[in-house]
Design a protein around this ligand. Sequence first.
Ligand code: C5P
Ligand code: ZN
Length: 474
Amino acid sequence: MEAVAQQIAERVRDAPMVRIVTHIDTDGITGGAIASEALDRAGIAHEVAFVKKLDEPVITELKRRGTPLVWFIDLGAGMMHALHGLDAVITDHHVPTEREVPKVLRSDLMRFAESQDRILMLNPHLEGAGSDVASGAGCAYAVARALASTNRDLAAVAIVGAVGDVQDQEFRRLSGYNRTILQDGIDAGVLRAQIDLRLFGRETRPAYKMLQYASDPWIPRLSGNEDACIAFLLELGIDLKVEEHWRSWSDLDDGEKRRVVTALVAHMLERGCGVKETERLAGETYTLIREPAGSPTRDAKEFGTLVNACGRYDQPEVGYRVCRGDRDEFLGQALRLLRGHREYLVESMDAIAEAGINTMDAIQYFHAADRIRDTVVGIAASLALNREGAAKDLPIIAFATADDGIKVSARTTRDLVARGLDLAAVMQEASKAVGGFGGGHHAAAGATIPPGTEQKFLEIANRIVREQIGPSPS
Ligand code: C5P
Ligand code: ZN
């Protein structure tokens, strides 16, 4: 990582002006904040622009503007073929355009994309690593670190980017270059890593609410059941409230936490959960120790969600300001956006209930039309799948209207992935067959398809899923 980061840092240092172009999700917003902070500290003139995706019109506009140097973050790798003529540096972790990564290069460390000497790319795929060893923010951090070793404090926001991209999810801890970033943050006194309960809301949710909303893992009898969660904690002798304050998980002392975790493990095992599933209760968690207790900016996962809410409702700038350190006006706005997002999700669940979830033999699906925005329909699909009573043995496919066609989001459980389901392949193949495009990950993938092709898309997706997982084991 370091050698290419150094080359990019030199390129950036020599530029009279840098235009940062970054993605509107958490990883992109945090990456943009890191890059901009590092350039400010180095006295390098720059601007920041957020884009939903990097496509031909965006690239044409960048070429027309003729900025001396463009810095792409969390995007760019997939559009290498369209960038000729631009002076650009790329810090991205997505799969690069195939023909830009000849087999010989794959075995090398991250390095020049030699065929394009006006474009420098830092990308873990160029060293044969996967997308999860570093995020776009982490790659941007490598450049910030190369610009000045005093930029190690920016590691905190880089870890928010990594967690926002769920890079800690599969193994319940960060890996690869992310661990170098983490160590930098620990050394700089801005981060702490700790094995703890992995559930969402450690800082801001009342402890019983944190249990109630548990979805990874899903806790039988407790997930989705407020009364049962309250009773569970009371039986363990945990005080839920101190005066008027609902105690969050982070308010509990070590002895109390140990009691709860031990009881949760026993609870899950007794109710037939597998060891693997039960293990998902605990994992490495990341705390931004300079942030105040009880603030969503203190826990990396909560911080990531806060920033994400800004991007999803077309206000990436708000999340960006919070990442740059604003704890005043913009934090207030971000919190309002997050509250709005939660309300929007509740309404989305109603919209799904009204639209109805239909089933085919290997998939289930709903069409939200314009009732759920394209940037939220993926989360709505996850929530629908995680609800008590939902059919978890079929992947869920959701449609919503978007500017450029019909947005498709697909989600499934780890169980079905273990049985061979790969939704990225499903989305890619089925969308291509109807004149769209798509991809993603095994358990979460998406696509955009032309309006009117939904039925054909569903039939193809249903067939591919059936081929992938075969007949049910039961
Ligand atoms: O949008 P959604 O949250 O459903 O996307 C899930 C995953 O699918 C993301 O990782 C995204 O990058 C990927 N995706 C894709 N092509 C699309 C839409 C989504 O690769 N057209
Ligand atoms: Zn990313």
